[in-house]
Design a protein around this ligand. Structure first.
Ligand code: PLP
Length: 391
């Protein structure tokens, strides 16, 4: 008999009942060090007092009105995002994949309004993950995500990640945009080198097409800059954000330049819940904290520390770990043994990591993780690796 919860996940036998900062407490009382942060969502850890206050204050005041009316919390958050980014305008969603839907619609509409309605194609790259909506899976294009779900949304051109020579010839008079993650997350924590991101920006400018960045996983301070593309010194035309922006409350956004968003006039897009007062109250507080240069400087300091210690851990366990990679506190360890075994061994030692493609485990701690917790993470990961060596 099918489970009452649709069985689309293979879940670990863990059930957390409480979260405190970098820690998750299991129903049996065990305390797990959370290096997954709900897959890069709990940017400020669990139950951050400022976020609890923002949410409960809003919950006691007003939950929902719909986008038929002005939503001051939404305007306040949009103003903050505009102030701290390339963007001129923001649309709020509830998730990353909804942001993908709008990014694709916006790019197509832009060219439709510009008198080039044939420009509908979006170029994407292997290993990409843009969510599970119809546009998201079509954008990723992998068999794993698309098999059985056809007919797929047409208009995506899939190139091999790293095949630079293939990009320019793939841009035709039907191309609207290039869509890429500055750091692939699900694909195995693979940062796009700064010069490649710059190259994509130049190519988009040269060919008159849009650059869409998916910063759902790598944005909002995760890499040590507010947005990952800042490291490359470039700006996109459209950007998808989600996960960390809500700190655990479901919230996403599409940020865009005025030019890219020019076709999105009243009635062209909408969402019942997107930008609701609860989500935006929390998102506003997340932005106040994460956009502070001192906070980001500390993320970078801790990222350097964590990475250095992970390098030592990897060197100490060459039969388990292969190498460390990533950007800021978006780190990955490529494993020698199956990554699932490492994640499971971590559970036994009360430390949480998240698997990704390419036999990688992801280390995506709360950005608020302390130095002492980084030390403790290494101790627990070391125990997990040792248990696999002696197994
Ligand atoms: N884009 C990227 C880069 C992601 O990592 C994810 C989720 O993991 C998504 C899009 C989809 O976001 P959501 O699961 O909120 O729909």
């Amino acid at each position: 008999m099918i489970a009452s919860v649709l069985p689309t996940y293979s879940r670990a036998p863990l059930s957390f009942v409480k979260g405190e900062g970098s820690w998750l407490i299991e129903a049996d009382g065990r305390r797990f060090l959370d290096l997954g942060a709900g897959i890069a969502v709990n940017a400020l850890g669990h139950a951050h007092p400022a976020l609890v206050d923002a949410l409960t204050t809003q919950a006691q005041t007003l939950w929902h009105t719909s986008n038929l009316y002005e939503i001051p919390q939404q305007k306040a958050l949009a103003d903050k995002l505009v102030e701290h980014s390339f963007a001129d305008t923001v649309f709020f969603t509830n998730s990353g994949t909804e942001a993908c839907e709008l990014a694709v619609k916006m790019a197509r509409k832009h060219f439709h309004e510009a008198g080039q309605p044939e420009r509908v194609e979006i170029i994407t790259f292997s290993g990409a993950f843009h969510g599970r909506s119809s546009a998201g899976i079509a954008a990723a294009g992998s068999e794993k995500m698309t098999k059985g779900f056809g007919p797929l949304l047409p208009g995506f051109v899939h190139l091999t990640w790293g095949d630079h020579d293939a990009i320019a010839p793939a841009i035709t008079d039907r191309t609207a945009a290039i869509l890429v993650e500055p750091v692939q997350g699900e694909g195995g924590i693979i940062p796009m080198p700064d010069q490649c991101l710059k190259g994509l920006r130049d190519l988009c400018d040269e060919k008159g097409i849009l650059l869409i960045l998916d910063e759902v996983q790598c944005g909002v301070g995760r890499t040590g800059r507010l947005f990952a593309h800042e490291w490359a010194g470039i700006e996109p035309d459209i950007m998808m954000v989600a996960k960390g922006i809500g700190g655990g409350f479901p919230l996403g956004a599409v940020l865009a330049t005025e030019k890219a968003a020019s076709g999105m006039t009243a009635g062209t897009h909408g969402s019942t819940y997107g930008g609701n007062p609860l989500g935006c109250a929390v998102g506003g507080k997340v932005m106040d904290i994460v956009a502070d240069p001192a906070f980001l400087a500390d993320v970078n300091r801790k990222a350097g520390l964590f990475r250095q210690k992970l390098e030592g851990l990897v060197a100490a366990h060459p039969d388990v770990f292969h190498s460390v990679r990533g950007s800021g506190l978006m780190l990955g360890i490529k494993c020698v043994v199956p990554n699932g075994d490492v994640v499971t061994a971590g559970y036994a030692k009360e430390v949480i990591t998240v698997p990704a493609a390419d036999n990688v485990i992801r280390i995506l701690p709360p950005l608020t993780i302390s130095d002492a917790e980084i030390d403790e993470a290494i101790v627990r990961l070391d125990r997990a690796a040792t248990s696999l060596e002696t197994a």
